[in-house]
Design a protein around this ligand. Structure first.
Ligand SMILES: Cc1cc2nc3c(=O)[nH]c(=O)nc-3n(C[C@H](O)[C@H](O)[C@H](O)COP(=O)(O)OP(=O)(O)OC[C@H]3O[C@@H](n4cnc5c(N)ncnc54)[C@H](O)[C@@H]3O)c2cc1C
Length: 465
């Protein structure tokens, strides 16, 4: 067969999609997926699998797609991932599986992400994947947090026969998948809730509105509720601010709050009462996925949006696809600029942001070139709202209410690299609360690893029932 170029993915036109919250990417249909699957050369030593934090058997599932055996493809993916429609949409494939694809050396890598999404969407539409509960082994594990780390850990433990209960602080499960990533990138009802439901079908119980550290403590769960082990997948939901003058003015919000209002509390939907304010102009500070999401939500809510980032385009930490989409949607990138003050009126509302231009020096400890302010280059941007998207750290609540749970200075929970166990026996952790804000698939990988280690721990400590 002649060399096939990467099959393009159909998308909603930028001018249309800035007026709605419907999904931007349409994904592949069966014909396109089969054609794209023909591009995979089935490497003997597939680097894509090594680069996937949950090690999905990528060439095998792609081969099944090529043979139009979508059911087999779904089975192969399900062995390693309980959230394929989510990962197919939001994973940074360009730096993981696709980044390692040999076709990428001289041309374009196989579109592994969109193939995974196709298989997962096919499975959902055909109602193919119907997981069932396995007989219980008599041991109980509590999982704190229902984000990707907690869900992946719960899935693997349930498959081993553990009685798993997830405790979630918010009123809906999913963590960032539900409250952070917008509907137009990750549909909630159709995709997130469907995949979480599959985890529930395995026998995992989810109790929402339980704040561990307030409603119940880790010690209560171990000593009074009879859990044999605990997995902490509580994420990193505490936003950072810049500590510059004017940050307490009305109209300054964290990206977390802004996105939670829009996604979890449906402020974008006129049927809901949740207030959200964008004014005419919004300045988003930051350059990661979260900043792109906040900017694109503000754009859809009708604002002109500036994205202010202190380094250059090359250093933008957001996914390439998100940057591309943000630009198409008319987000104005103010690169190599850094805010020094937020300006306000006498009533205490934001009126603008004073920025300074930046140059780039030698690489810093992160490996990226250090931004250096250029003296005398200050200028003002007119805006009504400033959205701070400067990263997040773990909420200290669990650590402060769990005696002898060791954390890093920045709040990250310290675990043993091999066992995923914290300084407390029987308490394991993984995901953003250990690494700081990272990715869905890394959190899932951490959850899976911890599940394996929890199984070892319980069998060693309590034997077989
Ligand atoms: C806006 C946004 C966009 C992103 N985009 C991408 C992307 O495109 N691709 C990608 O791979 N990654 C993306 N990420 C990062 C990714 O979502 C996270 O790395 C991932 O969700 C971390 O998973 P987690 O399970 O560790 O934590 P979380 O998803 O944060 O889940 C933690 C859960 O624990 C709950 N919790 C916290 N404390 C308690 C408590 N005391 N008691 C009970 N429950 C508690 C929280 O309510 C939450 O539901 C994005 C993040 C954000 C914020």
């Amino acid at each position: 067969m002649a060399k096939i170029p990467r099959v393009p993915v159909r998308e909603q036109a930028a001018q249309e999609r800035i007026k709605n919250f419907e999904e931007v990417s349409y994904g592949y249909n069966a014909e396109e997926a089969v054609l794209e699957a023909h591009r995979c050369i089935q490497c003997k030593n597939p680097r894509c699998v090594q680069a996937c934090p949950v090690q999905i058997k990528i060439p095998e599932f792609i081969s099944a797609v090529k043979n139009k055996d979508f059911a087999q493809a779904a089975d192969i993916i399900a062995e390693d991932s309980s959230l394929p429609a989510i990962c197919g949409r939001v994973c940074p494939q360009e730096s993981q599986c696709e980044g390692s694809c040999v076709l990428g050396v001289k041309g374009e890598p196989v579109n592994i992400g969109k193939l995974e999404r196709f298989v997962a969407d096919w499975g959902r539409k055909e109602n193919y994947y119907n997981p069932t509960k396995v007989p219980t082994n008599g041991f109980k594990v509590a999982v704190i947090g229902s984000g990707p780390a907690g869900l992946a850990c719960a899935t693997d433990l349930a498959k081993l026969g553990y009685q798993v209960k997830i405790f979630e602080a918010l009123h809906l499960p999913g963590g960032v998948l539900e409250y952070g990533i917008p509907e137009f990138r990750l549909p909630k009802e159709e995709v997130v809730r469907y995949e979480i439901n599959n985890v529930i079908k395995l026998g995992v119980e989810i109790e929402t509105n339980v704040i561990v550290g307030r409603t119940i403590t880790i010690d209560d769960l171990l000593d009074k509720e009879g859990y044999h082990a605990i997995f902490l997948g509580s994420g990193a939901g505490l936003p950072k601010f810049m500590n510059i003058p004017g940050e307490n003015l009305n109209g300054v919000v964290s990206a977390n709050e802004f996105l939670t209002r829009s996604n979890l509390m449906k402020a974008f939907d006129s049927e809901y009462d949740t207030p959200i304010y964008v004014g005419k102009r919004v300045a988003v500070v930051g350059g990661g996925n979260v900043a792109m999401d906040a900017a694109r939500v503000a754009r859809r809510l009708g604002a002109e949006v500036y994205l202010v980032y202190r380094r250059s385009e090359k250093e933008l930490p957001a996914r390439v696809e998100e940057v591309h989409h943000a630009k198409e949607e008319g987000i104005i990138f103010k690169l190599l600029n850094n805010p020094v003050e937020i300006l306000g009126n006498e009533k205490g509302w934001v009126t603008g942001m004073r920025c300074v231009e930046m140059g780039l020096g030698e690489p810093d400890e992160s490996g990226r070139r250090r931004p250096i302010p250029i003296k005398g280059s200050e200028f003002d941007i007119d805006c009504d709202v400033v959205i701070m998207s400067l990263g997040t750290s773990p909420n200290p609540l669990i650590a402060s209410t769990t005696p002898n749970l060791n954390t890093e200075k920045w709040g990250g929970i310290i675990i043993d690299e091999n066992t995923s166990q914290t300084s407390r026996e029987g308490v394991f952790a993984g995901g953003d609360n250990v690494t700081g804000a990272a990715t869905v698939i890394l959190a899932m990988g951490a959850g899976r690893k911890a599940a394996e280690q929890i199984d070892v721990f319980i069998k060693n400590k309590f034997g077989k029932k």
